[in-house]
Design a protein around this ligand. Structure first.
Ligand SMILES: [Zn+2]
Length: 252
């Protein structure tokens, strides 16, 4: 969209959504931009479906391709932005959207490693209020949906980084970038004992033999297609709820 189109669009108070991607190792079988691809497709296709299904409007910002990925330190292809820099980056992108006239903002975290993002959103909310700007900010991360859909469609294999869920989504969407010969179950080293029970902060190369935290063997393009359609449908429905709530507050 052009600057003029965006200024005009902002006047009808659409939700401005920022998809947060990252570039990090996804074992030996998935491309390093797996999370960026997934979050961008979810948000774009979900926003399109929300318009068709619910007449709800959204403007999708360009996806941020880099984020904090320190936990993947040591694996080639990982590009990590320090958390303190990333908080500033996310806040300034969203503040720029505010400066352009958008007053309903959302982010979707495409990676479990985006731990610092919720804090940045609360800071921004308080800063906007301090400047007497009324704004609604939404964290529309689909973590619960991913978990529920994994349980439903891959009950035995489960999810996990570069596991069956993610591998299925990539096999369905971009099969040419999946190295099928490298799809193997990882050996996890004391994972539940050290990292779950004892709460140890870990780097992936200490915890897994391949970089994956789940077994990707059960993945298929067929399951991936079903997962995509469920995820995109759920995201579109969530945009409807957001619009209803913001409308009730008089923001649209
Ligand atoms: Zn991932």
């Amino acid at each position: 969209m052009t600057s003029t189109e965006l200024a005009r669009a902002a006047r009808s108070h659409p939700l401005a959504i920022l998809p947060l991607g990252c570039t990090e190792q996804h074992a030996s079988h998935l491309p390093v931009d797996a999370d960026t691809y997934q979050v961008e497709r979810l948000v774009r296709d979900g926003a399109r479906l929300a318009r068709e299904r619910h007449a709800v409007e959204a403007v999708v910002l360009p996806t941020l391709p880099y984020g904090p990925a320190a936990e993947h330190f040591g694996f080639a292809g990982t590009i990590s932005v320090p958390s303190e820099l990333y908080v500033g980056l996310v806040k300034h992108v969203l503040m720029s959207a505010l400066d352009s006239g958008f007053d309903r903002l959302a982010v979707v975290r495409g990676c479990t490693g985006h731990w610092v993002v919720p804090g940045a959103l609360w800071d921004l909310k308080a800063e906007a209020r301090r400047a007497s700007r009324m704004v609604t900010i939404h964290d529309l991360t689909m973590e619960t949906d991913y978990r529920e859909l994994t349980k439903k469609h891959l009950p035995a294999a489960g999810g996990g980084h570069a596991g069956a869920m993610e591998t299925s989504l990539l096999l369905a969407g971009r099969p040419e970038l999946v190295d099928a010969d490298a799809i193997v179950a990882p050996t996890l080293r004391s994972f539940p004992e050290r990292y779950v029970d004892a709460g140890e902060v870990f780097l992936f190369d200490e915890a897994t033999s391949t970089g994956a935290l789940g077994d990707p063997s059960a993945a298929s393009a067929k399951i991936g297609d079903v997962l995509w359609s469920d995820l995109i449908g759920r995201f579109a429905d969530r945009l409807k709820i957001v619009a209803e709530q913001d409308r009730a507050l008089g923001r649209m």
